[in-house]
Ligand binder design. Sequence first.
Ligand code: DAK
Length: 258
Amino acid sequence: MTYEFILSEKKGRVGLITLNRPKQMNALNAKVMQEMAAALYAFDADEGVGCILITGNDKAFAAGADIAAMKDYSYMDAYKSDYITRDWEHLRKIRKPVIAAVAGYALGGGCELTMMCDLAIAAENAKFGQPEINLGIMPGSGGTQRLPRFTSKAIAMDLCLTARMLDAQEALRAGLVSRVVPVDTLMEQALAMAEKIAGYSLPVVMMIKESINRAYETSLAEGVLFERRVFHSQFALEDQKEGMAAFVEKRKPTFKHR
Ligand code: DAK
């Protein structure tokens, strides 16, 4: 399938989505989000894909929602059409891990998109921020909720109230990204990370994602109970038998993803 504003391709067991509106710094309009959702669901349904990677270009992961597209909206336009939300929430329904590989700007909706992914790897030139206050609005796609959970209240207040940007090292220290790499190695390292994940047992990978995400939705006791129930269920997997047998027999496991 070909898209207007994204590129979608398979690299081995990795599904790669590249935001492709370079002249607009990958600003996110409704069509971008619809296309991204279609590509995400296609990869999620594809047995041959074990991990999904979303990236932009060297200058911008995404500089936010498309300001030109929304500038004339009225309250009723936004409310009645459930503006943006409808197309943005698809990402949270994807069951395979989604990695954000971020170079350049990840601002506003771009930063929120990063946080909706399961993990993020940043190039040294990455910049993260929620500068909506400059536009006379506030973050609208989880920025005020995910940022304090993933970093801290102080950092979330700082970014949302002053429009200050975090550089890649600050984002690493704050817990927003898990790795920082040189710009020219971002895709190589992000793909290596995605391929590594995609090489493991797919149901186990999906259960880990589900369990970690639970930590943000529930109490510790409930989360630990959820983890235990899922953990016990893994003794029903062929991949558990194979993984443990391979360890005992001192060989590499061959996972069948079931
Ligand atoms: N939208 C539209 N166009 C954008 C854009 C954006 N967010 N960001 C950049 N561009 C365009 C610029 O207008 C310019 O276009 P031309 O003039 O060449 O036609 C081109 O990209 C290059 O930008 P600059 O000339 O400004 O490049 P610089 O290197 O000087 O600066 C910059 C790069 C990223 C620092 C700057 O462009 C900038 O500040 N951009 C705006 C960043 C921003 O404010 N982002 C937040 C947008 S509001 C919701 C979900 C999400 C949202 C809301 C609700 N719901 C679920 C309800 C999200 C809201 C937002 O993200």
